[in-house]
Design a protein around this ligand. Structure first.
Ligand code: ATP
Ligand code: MG
Length: 459
């Protein structure tokens, strides 16, 4: 699509000459003899660039640009003037006018500037596109979670995204903590600013302070100039402190001060710097326990856990497995150019009964491998990793064998029913039993729960 330029000048011969010139350069041109006519055109069409004179009868160039800002804030403005004066230059620049050309015009110079603006415009578009992509990617609807536990997570995310209080996300490895941290950022008012990740376990202890808070020139050998820390880089946006539980004790008071006062002291500096940084932290440790054992400061824990989101392990929300599988199969079909429809019943059964110690990440990896190795259009158990085929859902090691078998059976049927959204016919099919047999078993479990409930003395 050719770029569109609007030329505004009260001198007819000039605007026509320019239109012809740009037309020859493959640009789409429109012309206007005064600002009013130009504003009318801008209301009707989109322009990439407006090239306007400053001195015009009626509304002058400066006033025109004022009005243009409201109508088409993305349009880039280039001004032409025969009388460059400091005053008009300053007011024009304040209005966001990008550049000037001086009359009489040198067409090649003008073209050069216009080309420059077009490039700039392209970059703007690209950036906008990437931002949108990033946002779409972290849109809540992209986080799979049909289970009650995940629905609760979503409702908290929606609420906290709207403010700036610290959030602590806990949960086992691979449960989606970082995904949720990004969702908080990209669903709130800070989404246009940066989301900066710092992995507390990956930075050597000696460098953490400088990394987080920056330093001034000469603070230590090798500090040849001032350097911003990640707190300042993320100012306006969000700083994600991944694996917070690994932050060395001696750094914790500084982090507390920074979060409480929104002020940081770069290494070697005398004066604190204000920041506006939202903190989202994550950990797979039990921080309360760490506090008890003296490895984590209590005050920092309370400061950062104002809102805590716990990501449930996948084995406690097996009903999310089928949808996650669909999502990942779709994703890897795209990436690996395959057309796999889904899983065989036996393969799905395997996934539903596995332990998933590595949670969603492990499931994702299993599906990636399966999509890669599947020859037909259905994933079958033979492309699942061996350990997954061998492992079974562990029963607790108490009670008789009969108790254990029954417990397993009831839990398993329950999980399959949740996975099929209560569709008993589909569940029976997955379980490999008849529908009537499934009903019998369910009745038996119901009877048992009722019996235990009645029989158990209140404790
Ligand atoms: N509910 C979900 N829906 C879709 N994809 C998910 C979901 N949860 C996790 N994932 C995917 O699983 C992978 C692991 O997620 P993430 O990195 O957020 O986990 P984590 O809890 O931060 O893990 P770790 O503690 O190991 O850093 C990522 O590829 C992520 O996109
Ligand atoms: Mg993570």
């Amino acid at each position: 699509m050719p770029h569109r330029i609007l030329i505004v000048d009260d001198e007819r011969a000039l605007r026509e000459e320019l239109a012809e010139f740009f037309h020859d350069q493959n640009l789409h041109c429109a012309i206007a003899g005064d600002a009013e006519q130009a504003l009318k055109l801008v209301r009707e069409q989109d322009f990439d660039i407006v090239l306007t004179d400053i001195r015009m009868p009626g509304i002058d160039g400066i006033e025109f640009v004022w009005q243009l800002r409201d109508l088409a804030p993305e349009t880039l403005v280039l001004m032409m003037t025969a009388h460059p004066s400091v005053d008009s230059a300053v007011s024009a620049l304040r209005l966001g006018v990008i550049d000037y050309v001086i009359k009489p015009l040198v067409l090649q110079d003008l073209l050069h500037k216009v080309q420059h603006l077009i490039e700039f415009r392209e970059q703007q578009r690209e950036l906008h596109w990437y931002r949108q992509q990033a946002q779409a990617h972290y849109d809540l609807s992209n986080i799979v979670g049909h289970s009650k536990a995940m629905q609760e997570v979503f409702s908290v995310v929606e609420k906290v995204a709207q403010n700036s209080s610290p959030v602590l996300i806990t949960g086992e490895s691979g449960t989606g903590k970082e995904l949720v941290a990004r969702a908080i950022h990209y669903n709130g008012g800070r989404k246009e600013e940066r989301f900066v990740v710092v992995n507390c376990s990956a930075i050597p202890a000696a460098l953490i302070e400088a990394e987080l808070f920056g330093y001034v020139k000469g603070a230590f050998t090798g500090a040849e100039h001032d350097r911003k820390g990640l707190f300042a880089v993320a100012s306006g946006g969000t700083l994600f402190l991944d694996e917070l539980g690994e932050l060395p004790l001696e750094q914790q008071p500084k982090l507390l001060r920074a979060t409480e006062n929104q002020e940081i002291l770069p290494v070697g500096a005398n004066e604190a710097v204000s920041v506006d940084t939202r903190i989202v932290a994550s950990t797979n440790k039990d921080l309360r326990q760490e506090v008890k054992e003296g490895r984590f400061r209590e005050d920092l824990y309370y400061r950062l856990s104002v809102v805590t989101i716990h990501m449930p392990p996948l084995r406690d929300r097996r009903e999310d497995i089928p949808r996650l599988v669909d999502r990942f199969v779709g994703q890897f079909n795209g990436e690996l150019r395959r057309q796999i429809r889904g899983l065989s019943n036996e393969a799905l059964r395997r996934l539903l009964s596995y332990e998933w110690k590595g949670n969603v990440r492990e499931l994702r990896n299993v599906i990636e491998r399966a999509v890669m190795f599947t020859e037909g259009d259905l994933i079958t158990p033979d492309v699942l990793p061996t350990h997954l085929m061998e492992a079974t859902h562990p029963a607790e090691t108490t009670g008789t064998l009969r108790d254990a078998v029954q417990k397993f059976e009831s839990e398993y049927i329950d999980a399959i029913l949740r996975a099929t959204d209560g569709d008993k016919a589909r569940a029976a099919e997955l379980l490999g039993v008849s529908l009537s047999s499934l009903y019998r078993r369910l009745q038996r479990f119901d009877g048992q729960t009722a019996a235990t409930a009645e029989g158990d003395p209140p404790s």
